[in-house]
Design a protein around this ligand. Structure first.
Ligand SMILES: *[C@@H]1O[C@H](CO)[C@@H](O)[C@H](O)[C@H]1NC(C)=O
Ligand SMILES: *[C@@H]1O[C@H](CO)[C@@H](O)[C@H](O)[C@H]1NC(C)=O
Length: 244
């Protein structure tokens, strides 16, 4: 009987040690990735506040946790916007807030549809592009408050900033996962339209497919230019070409 208790006690201690070991291993990966981002404190605080240890042993899991924080930020901002719309009387501010309501809905949708199961070069443009649109949309919202004189200052500046901060973490972790660097995974097509090989600055022979990412404005209201891209039309705000 005494032996059984000792054995039980040993097993329990062992199981406990193993569990701690697993948690530490998971936390190590989390810490290493967070440390390499440009905002270690924010990254760690979000990860540590999340109880789901099973999501803490892969970059995909980290992105999922961060994404959920971004979504809940954006949802909170959406309800702030609804409340502001009930009390705001300035005509211009109301118009801005209506645009912001749409912007934050786009953000939420884009963040929710990001699929982190496979973070790969092949999927980079749609994954990172989709996530980036989430903060582009909130920048649009901020921008509307500066367009017309007489518009009061944006009441959503800190919300814009905090969503941007979390979204940047997701993008940085995607880059770290794909190319082990925070910034710039891919060679960008030079102005002369040559693909430069990053290592020796020589034009790259053949190899690698070229993808162009068009960033279109949130709303399509310009008549001067139309550019088609997967069914979207509008004036191109910016574009970047990646060699993948
Ligand atoms: C929204 O926040 C981002 C991140 O700080 C910033 O770069 C951007 O300029 C802000 N938008 C506006 C219009 O202030
Ligand atoms: C990630 O890499 C892409 C492609 O090279 C780059 O354009 C982007 O700025 C990087 N993202 C961040 C958050 O640095």
């Amino acid at each position: 009987m005494k032996n059984n208790i000792v054995v039980f006690f040993c097993l329990a201690t062992l199981a406990h040690a193993l569990a701690i070991h697993q948690v530490n291993a998971a936390n190590d990966l989390v810490r290493q990735l967070c440390q390499r981002t440009t905002n270690n404190n924010l990254c760690l605080s979000i990860i540590e506040a999340d109880p789901r240890q099973d999501l803490k042993n892969s970059p995909n899991g980290l992105c999922t946790i961060l994404r959920e924080r971004a979504v809940s930020n954006a949802i909170a901002t959406s309800s702030k916007i609804s409340n502001l719309l009930k009390t705001t009387t300035n005509r211009y501010a109301v118009q801005c807030l209506q645009i912001c309501a749409d912007s934050y809905q786009i953000s939420i949708m884009r963040l929710r549809s990001a699929d982190f199961r496979v973070i790969s070069r092949q999927g980079y443009v749609s994954l990172a592009g989709g996530v980036a649109v989430a903060s582009d949309a909130t920048h649009d919202c901020e921008g509307t408050f500066t367009e017309r004189p007489g518009t009061p200052p944006s009441p959503l500046t800190s919300e814009n900033q905090s969503l941007e901060d979390v979204v940047r973490l997701v993008l940085e972790i995607i880059n770290l996962t794909i190319c082990n660097k925070v910034a710039s995974c891919f060679a960008i097509r030079s102005k002369e339209n040559k693909i430069l090989n990053k290592r020796n600055n020589q034009p790259e022979a053949g190899g690698g497919s070229v993808l162009t990412l068009w960033v279109l404005p949130r709303s399509v209201d310009s008549e001067d230019a139309t550019v088609g891209c997967s069914g979207l039309t509008g004036k191109v705000v910016s574009s970047a070409t990646f060699v993948i």
